[in-house]
Design a protein around this ligand. Structure first.
Ligand code: VGL
Ligand code: ZN
Length: 205
């Protein structure tokens, strides 16, 4: 069974949002075109409590874009984003028309970030995504969304590690690109790990 995973297509990652991904809005139409082609559609949602460890505002004297060490792990600091219960945390209203069968919240633990839709960054806790996909007998996952170089990448890498045939819908992704080349490097890393690149036009036939 094929599953579509829509990664973090939330208002805060779209133009005007707190952590807007450049041209992030361009993935929404791709998502809408693919949703009807899949029997299993899961959407991940970054869903942070106020004061989350990934927010620069939670670290005195630190600024957005700085990297700090938290419990021995590197943590990039972001603007406050996808705060639970705020409009920025909601999925794009264009996806509320239907077709998303399950929303998987992540990043809900105040003390650890979670880029992947499957696990937190320390691989300490799993979300319900893997269980959900297994319950629907999904063995191939098609991943698209925001952002290529963070949540999309880590979701795809975990997908491969968990044994899914893992596809990246390249035209359905946009990246943050904190440093030049980050997005291309992320795609290379995914391919090297065993992710297959596809375009939505191939899937639509
Ligand atoms: C993301 C940075 C912080 C993402 C989430 O969805 O890629 N990036 N939180
Ligand atoms: Zn986040």
């Amino acid at each position: 069974m094929n599953g579509l995973i829509l990664v973090d297509i939330q208002n805060d990652f779209l133009p005007g949002g707190a952590l807007a991904v450049p041209r992030g809005d361009e993935v929404v139409g791709v998502a809408k075109s693919l949703i009807p082609l899949f029997d299993v559609v899961a959407a991940t949602a970054d869903y942070h409590p106020r004061g989350h460890i990934s927010f620069a505002s939670s670290h005195a004297g630190r600024r957005v874009g700085e990297v700090v060490t938290v419990a021995g792990a590197q943590q990039m600091l972001w603007p406050d984003h996808c705060v639970q219960g705020t409009p920025g945390a909601e999925l794009s209203s264009e996806l509320s028309a239907g077709g998303v069968h399950r929303i998987i919240h992540k990043g809900t633990d105040p003390a650890i970030d979670s880029y992947s839709g499957f696990f937190d960054n320390g691989h300490l806790q799993a979300t319900e995504l893997n269980r959900y996909l297994l319950s629907r007998t999904v063995d191939a996952i098609y991943i698209m969304g925001l952002a290529t170089d963070y949540c999309v990448k880590y979701t795809a890498l975990d997908g491969v590690a968990l044994g899914y045939r893992t596809y990246l819908v390249t035209d359905g992704c946009r990246g943050v690109g904190v440093r030049p080349g980050d997005i291309e490097a992320a795609i290379r890393e995914m391919v090297a790990a065993g992710v297959t690149l596809v375009s939505s036009t191939d899937l639509r036939g």
